[in-house]
Ligand binder design. Structure first.
Ligand SMILES: *[C@@H]1O[C@H](CO)[C@@H](O)[C@H](O)[C@H]1NC(C)=O
Ligand SMILES: *[C@@H]1O[C@H](CO)[C@@H](O)[C@H](O)[C@H]1NC(C)=O
Ligand SMILES: *[C@@H]1O[C@H](CO)[C@@H](O)[C@H](O)[C@H]1NC(C)=O
Ligand SMILES: *[C@@H]1O[C@H](CO)[C@@H](O)[C@H](O)[C@H]1NC(C)=O
Ligand SMILES: *[C@@H]1O[C@H](CO)[C@@H](O)[C@H](O)[C@H]1NC(C)=O
Ligand SMILES: *[C@@H]1O[C@H](CO)[C@@H](O)[C@H](O)[C@H]1NC(C)=O
Ligand SMILES: *[C@@H]1O[C@H](CO)[C@@H](O)[C@H](O)[C@H]1NC(C)=O
Ligand SMILES: *[C@@H]1O[C@H](CO)[C@@H](O)[C@H](O)[C@H]1NC(C)=O
Ligand SMILES: *[C@@H]1O[C@H](CO)[C@@H](O)[C@H](O)[C@H]1NC(C)=O
Ligand SMILES: *[C@@H]1O[C@H](CO)[C@@H](O)[C@H](O)[C@H]1NC(C)=O
Ligand SMILES: *[C@@H]1O[C@H](CO)[C@@H](O)[C@H](O)[C@H]1NC(C)=O
Length: 631
């Protein structure tokens, strides 16, 4: 399960494929049989849209709608919504994908009964078959799918009774059987984890069992009136994770699954219970319109929606190698949650119907026309580097400019460093901070090689740095400053990163990225935010503060107390501080180039994955630091 989450969030298809190459023939053989099962499926079920499954190309890398396990050995997810399948699912095809965890075939024209051989898919967690033409009864024994988390069979022609074996699915969070022809009485389902239930518009009779009376009446609408003869016992706001997590346990200790459950329940039902608590502190200062809801509802007035659909050329443009299978409509229907308001717009986490999570950035004040916008997007989208967060897709219309990125569940370096300290927060150790610095530096250096060596990141700050799968820094939100309106009166927070020579954000150059990166290094070293207040409410700029401390007396006072507990790193701390100071010198032409900064940081830690053996070994092969101004 954990694997699935990490994978589906990052879509690390490139590196996964490499891995699968390396791991050789045993894994290859299993994958080969998964591939054959998929081909058998596609070849024997008519579909009106091309799948672009080319046998010559790697399944895991770029077959539409397919994702593989982290080691690239098995297909774990098949998402083919609205492909125009019609006819029954052929026996012995999908049923052979025994490692499958997510299956979405929603909104097709699939007929026939529930496939018998799905019983082989023991790891199945998410099943979306809604809006098809399935018929006949469901299998009696659902207990074979112990990991089922979301089941959506709504809007089909299933009939017969609702299997009481659903009760054995302890992980089930959502069950939607609405708009079918189920008959008989509703079985007594004791399912504490179930958050969402919809049995509306069937032919059910009798009464709602006590265990399900916590669900609202709308869940049972459109059946025999007798069903509605109960008073709601308990609101469904009782969130299960509270029940099986002992009092006092923190979010960090909840299982991934429970968290996912909260996210799903939270986004579908609105902001509820625990999810709400998590959001309160983030949203406290924001307006009501920022609360989770549908992207479309939240952002687009009806008129805008109309003008959008009239212009057929306004499509979500995906970059090559991206195997997300959704379209603009899916995106706008997704539930959304504000992640943060940035310099150039607001970022949302969007959860699509098939549980795919992406970050959608809504740009405000784009200052260029469509052509120039597209050119810049193509430039940004062409950068493929392990330390640069890849732009997956973009959308341009007169009223709306969107950018789509993978979602990163770990949060930004800013939140890791400046999130609430104490309690159960795990401090970032020195090893991690060095890796963040190395990764971010490499990412920015890579960006600086683009566009004839002239591309500027333009918005380097710790809230735009994330961790990649190897836990190295990875930069986001690049290349926008030139296409946006100037960010006038410096927002206090951004100002902490802005090089002194930058008066117009559109005209920032590479040395100002180096300055901003220097501020991030100082953050990593001091644990302090770029602009913060002291006890006496005095506003302190990090760069000035570090200068003053260093000038007055060389003490360990500058360094984050959380770092002082690690032995034998003082020398490295000082070297890193020197690099940071070199980056933030006042004169732009005296700052090192980003590529030089990379080498300097690599010299602080010669081997990427050092065991903490010693810093003595290190100092032998590290070259002396160039002496830096200011120290
Ligand atoms: C279900 O998920 C758990 C992890 O959450 C995993 O260990 C297990 O193998 C999965 N499959 C089955 C059939 O339980
Ligand atoms: C697929 O479509 C073709 C032509 O439209 C038809 O002849 C064939 O019977 C269909 N196959 C199935 C399995 O429905
Ligand atoms: C798959 O990869 C090949 C070669 O890299 C590329 O030509 C093709 O367009 C890709 N297909 C998809 C659907 O991404
Ligand atoms: C099911 O998932 C678990 C862990 O998630 C894995 O160990 C197991 O091999 C999977 N089963 C199959 C048949 O792939
Ligand atoms: C589903 O089947 C019914 C008849 O069984 C048919 O009238 C209807 O058009 C079908 N719907 C789709 C989407 O194929
Ligand atoms: C199931 O599908 C229906 C119809 O598309 C949709 O309204 C509902 O939100 C889905 N429910 C879940 C839990 O995915
Ligand atoms: C379910 O539907 C099928 C036809 O699709 C029919 O033959 C069968 O009798 C129905 N079963 C029940 C219990 O209504
Ligand atoms: C059931 O069908 C009706 C009308 O077709 C639709 O309005 C409703 O949203 C459907 N219910 C679900 C849960 O999809
Ligand atoms: C169930 O679906 C119906 C539409 O078929 C909808 O009106 C109702 O609000 C839904 N109830 C719940 C609890 O999701
Ligand atoms: C509804 O249920 C009651 C009692 O179970 C039964 O008498 C009645 O005939 C049912 N009505 C319909 C329309 O099925
Ligand atoms: C609803 O319940 C009340 C009391 O429990 C009963 O008197 C009444 O007949 C019931 N109505 C229906 C439609 O079942």
């Amino acid at each position: 399960m954990e694997k699935f989450i990490v994978f589906s969030l990052h879509f690390l298809v490139g590196s996964l494929f490499l891995l699968s190459q390396v791991q050789g023939s045993v894994l290859g053989a299993v994958l080969e049989s998964d591939k054959q099962a998929l081909l058998d499926f596609a070849n024997s079920l008519n579909h009106s849209r091309s799948l672009k499954w080319n046998e010559q190309f790697p399944v895991c890398k770029n077959w539409t709608g397919i994702t593989c396990s982290e080691d690239g050995s098995r297909v774990i997810s098949v998402r083919l919504p609205g492909v125009g399948f019609h006819g029954p699912i052929p026996e012995n095809t999908l049923g052979r994908l025994s490692a499958l965890q997510i299956l979405s075939l929603r909104s097709n024209g699939i007929t026939g009964t529930f496939p018998n051989d799905f019983g082989n898919l023991k790891n199945l967690s998410f099943l979306y078959l809604q809006h098809n033409n399935f018929s006949g009864p469901l299998p009696l024994d659902f207990s074979v799918w112990r990991n089922l988390t979301i089941v959506n069979l709504s809007n089909n022609g299933f009939n017969g009774s609702i299997p009481s074996s659903f009760a054995s699915l302890s992980q089930l969070i959502a069950l939607n059987l609405a708009n079918n022809s189920f008959s008989g009485e509703i079985p007594d389902l004791h399912m504490p984890n179930l958050q969402l239930l919809n049995l509306s518009h069937n032919n059910l009779v009798g009464s709602v069992p006590r265990s399900l009376q916590r669900f609202p009446k709308s869940a049972f609408l459109g059946n025999n009136e007798s069903l509605l003869n109960y008073t709601v016992l308990d609101s469904p706001i009782v969130l299960a994770p509270h029940e099986h997590s002992p009092k006092g346990k923190t979010v960090g200790k909840l299982s991934q699954r429970a968290l996912l459950g909260i996210i799903i329940a939270g986004s579908v039902l609105g902001i509820l219970g625990f999810g709400f608590l998590l959001l309160v502190c983030i949203l406290r200062t924001k307006t009501a319109s920022d609360f989770p809801g549908k992207l479309e509802k939240m952002n687009m007035s009806p008129e805008k929606a109309i003008s959008r659909s009239q212009d057929a050329s306004n499509k979500l443009v995906f970059f090559e190698g991206c195997n997300y299978a959704f379209d603009l409509e899916d995106l706008l229907r997704a539930s959304a949650e504000v992640l943060g308001k940035g310099t150039f717009g607001t970022a949302y986490k969007a959860i699509l119907e098939d549980a795919t999570m992406v970050v959608v950035k809504r740009l405000k004040d784009v200052n260029v026309g469509k052509k120039e916008f597209e050119q810049q997007m193509n430039l940004i989208g062409s950068i493929k580097h392990e330390n640069v967060i890849e732009l997956r897709a973009y959308y341009y219309s007169k009223d709306e400019k969107l950018m789509v990125y993978d979602y990163n569940s770990q949060g930004s370096v800013a939140s890791m460093l400046h999130g609430k300290r104490g309690d159960n927060r795990t401090p970032l150790d020195w090893e991690k901070r060095v890796n963040i610095a190395i990764g971010a530096a490499r990412g920015i250096a890579r960006i600086h090689t683009e566009n004839g060596g002239k591309l500027v990141h333009g918005n380097v700050k710790s809230s735009n740095i994330f961790l990649n799968s190897r836990q190295f820094g990875c930069v986001s939100d690049l290349g926008l400053s030139t296409i946006m309106s100037a960010v006038a009166p410096p927002i206090a927070r951004a100002a902490g990163y802005r090089a002194p020579e930058v008066t117009d954000t559109r005209k920032a150059l590479q040395p100002s990225d180096v300055y901003s990166f220097g501020v991030i290094l100082l953050e990593l070293l001091t644990g302090k935010a770029p602009v913060h207040t002291t006890n006496g409410d005095e506003i302190v700029h990090l760069v000035r503060w570090v200068h003053s401390v260093v000038r007055e007396e060389w003490t360990a006072e500058v360094f984050d107390v959380e770092l002082l507990r690690y032995p034998n790193i003082e020398e490295e701390l000082v070297e890193m501080l020197q690099i940071a100071m070199a980056c933030v010198v006042r004169m732009p032409d005296r700052r090192p180039k980003m590529s030089e900064v990379v080498k300097m940081i690599e010299n602080v830690r010669p081997a990427e994955s050092t065991n903490r053996a010693s810093s003595e070994a290190k100092s032998e092969d590290s070259t002396p630091m160039p002496s830096s101004p200011g120290i």
